[in-house]
Design a protein around this ligand. Structure first.
Ligand code: FAD
Length: 557
């Protein structure tokens, strides 16, 4: 049996396996599409390796709106196929594939007019609910009158909002979910190595037979042999196609989307809110005791690795939300800001990004080489399946069909039963029920591994910060089981302290480094360098927001 643990030892073993074995499938890119492809291929019984140049989910897959949804706005574009497919995936994730991570969330669609708008939006939401088919993991939408709306969402302007329709979608911690897919792939035998970058292709004649890669930790070159190479590089696709001397059948346009994070007190509503904007929609999404509000949709051509929010992005979000809110949101309330880049598959580079389809494309620009890009986070499993369906043709042998529709992620097994045992778990571990619930929603049945760490070292039961729910055992576990290798990996992706804590979590960086240093066998110098690297990253982000800070000194990010 294989282990799902992504530890420093596991990485070392993975690096030597990359050099010594020939794989059926090599995946480039550890975003949700890449880890999904690795899981799809490994669970068909194929030998699989995945290389990721940075950290798992360090690209777009940690920077989304974190919604698992059909996409109401695609209904308006008559993209019924995409909506139906995404709703099917949503139902699967909430009910069986990853119920510990993907949770239902209610949204209000506020109405400013009593009859015509209600009929139009009501018909749209009825279609939305119907398109999911016979699976019913989430409640049906319902109409809400003006009196009720004042009780449910007192922050919506009573002079403007005449009622609402409440519907349901789902939400997820995207980076955690992507990492859990990677662990599930490892559990089925995939060799996963982060900080390994694909540099060029290995060829025999015209056929691609693998990748020349660089281990970014040691600087060593690794030749990885594979019958099929599958590139899932999202917004890096164009850059890599050019680097690999391939002529692709599609291009990828980047569109920047920014979110701001606010304290729970900033918006009084017991459901999320969706607003139509001139170019798209704006979501006000409950995130534990906070709100995530976004997003923007603007063409982008800058640095792919570090997209930062600008003052204009933040102002746009505030202005759009403030059309319907009372009291208005103020920039001084902002706790965090993050920006991401959508990989939009484009046939015509001159089209406005908002009109481009969210559907994905699978391409085979050379024998032995398949690439996939576009799509949505929600449809990762379909993208992965389509890419591997194409890749297995390169193997020239009969291979089993994809089974990921029936394959729960690690931690999903037994989750619903554990939720019934919160009190017992609380008594046995000495942790309060709130912390147990927090852990179950992040680890599912793998909670036992986190609790074992506390048994070995009871000091790890302490909270990292009194304003946050994370405990020290989670920080240790991030490095010992979840592949975290830097302070940034822990603060930005294994936890979401980067946008949940007031100063991006810089005040916690030293302590976090001290917890993971022994796990990663760091010297004092390496520990300090990792803290410094995180502080530098935060400085660069703050610089990009400088104008906002100048106009409002108390904004923290
Ligand atoms: C603002 C915003 C909001 C969004 N909201 C939603 C939403 O609510 N719901 C939804 O369904 N979708 C949403 N999306 C879309 C969704 O996030 C993306 O479609 C999805 O995350 C893309 O995943 P990916 O794996 O294709 O790309 P990525 O996550 O970017 O992964 C590509 C990976 O390739 C790696 N890589 C690059 N070059 C190399 C190399 N040479 N060697 C090895 N690895 C390499 C990168 O480091 C990166 O990790 C949103 C997107 C944005 C930007």
């Amino acid at each position: 049996m294989f282990s799902s643990q992504l530890s420093p030892d596991q990485r070392e073993r993975a690096i030597s396996q990359l050099t010594g074995e020939k794989f059926d499938v090599l995946v480039i890119g550890g975003g949700v599409t890449g880890v999904g492809a690795a899981l799809d291929a490994a669970s068909r019984g194929l030998t699989v390796a995945l290389i990721e140049s940075q950290d798992i989910a360090s690209g777009t897959s940690s920077r989304s709106s974190k919604l698992i949804h059909g996409g109401l706005r695609y209904l308006e574009q008559y993209d019924f196929k995409l909506v139906r497919e995404a709703l099917h995936e949503r139902e699967l994730m909430v009910s069986s594939l990853s119920p510990h991570l993907v949770k239902p969330v209610g949204f209000l669609f506020p109405l400013t007019e009593k009859f015509k708008e209600r009929t139009y939006v009501g018909a749209g939401l009825a279609l939305y609910d119907a398109l999911r088919g016979f699976q019913r993991a989430l409640p049906w939408h319902k109409h809400i009158g003006q009196k009720q709306i004042n009780e449910i969402a007192p922050s919506l302007r009573p002079d403007l909002i005449m009622g609402a329709i409440k519907y349901f979608d789902a939400q997820v911690d995207d980076a955690r979910h992507t990492m859990s897919i990677a662990r599930t792939a490892a559990r089925h035998g995939a060799v996963i190595a982060t900080r390994v970058s694909a540099e060029s292709l290995l060829r025999e004649g015209k056929r691609v037979v693998g990748v020349k890669a660089k281990d970014l930790v040691t600087g060593k070159t690794i030749n990885i042999s594979a019958t099929a190479t599958v590139m899932c590089a999202g917004i890096w696709s164009d850059e890599l196609h050019a680097k690999f001397d391939l002529v692709p059948g599609y291009g990828v346009t980047m569109s920047k989307g920014v979110h701001i994070v606010l304290p729970g007190s900033a918006i009084k509503s017991n459901a999320g809110i969706i607003l139509k904007t001139p170019v798209s929609v704006l979501f006000l999404i409950p995130w534990a005791d906070k709100w995530i509000v976004g997003t923007t949709d603007t063409p982008y051509t800058g640095d792919r690795a570090e997209p930062f929010a600008s003052r204009e992005d933040v102002q746009y979000i505030l202005d759009q939300a403030n059309r319907v809110l009372t009291p208005k949101l103020d920039a001084t309330e902002i706790i965090g800001v993050y920006a991401g880049l959508r990989p939009l598959v484009a046939n015509n580079k001159n089209s406005a990004t908002t009109k481009l389809s969210r559907e994905h494309t699978v391409d085979r620009p050379a024998a032995g080489f398949v690439s996939v890009a576009g799509g949505k986070y929600t449809t990762y499993r379909i993208m992965a399946k389509d890419a591997i369906d194409r890749a297995v043709i390169e193997l020239r042998e009969l291979t089993p069909e994809s089974v990921t529709e029936k394959l729960p992620l690690v931690g999903a097994d037994g989750y619903f039963a554990l939720v019934q045992q919160i009190e017992r778990l609380s008594q046995a571990s000495g942790l309060d029920a709130l912390t147990i619930t927090h852990l179950l929603n992040r680890y599912g049945s793998l909670i036992s591994e986190v609790l074992e760490l506390i048994e070995e070292n009871p000091k790890l039961a302490a909270k990292v910060d009194e304003d946050l729910l994370y405990i020290k055992a989670e920080i240790h576990y991030a490095a010992s089981h979840e592949g975290a290798r830097t302070v940034d990996d822990v603060i930005s992706r294994r936890t979401r302290i980067a946008f949940e804590a007031r100063d991006h979590g810089v005040h916690l960086a030293d302590e976090i480094a001290a917890i993971i240093a022994p796990v990663l066998s760091w010297s004092v110098k390496e520990r300090k360098a990792s803290v410094q690297a995180y502080e530098d990253l935060v400085d660069r982000e703050l610089e990009a927001l400088d104008q906002l800070l100048e106009s409002n000194e108390s904004v923290n990010s």
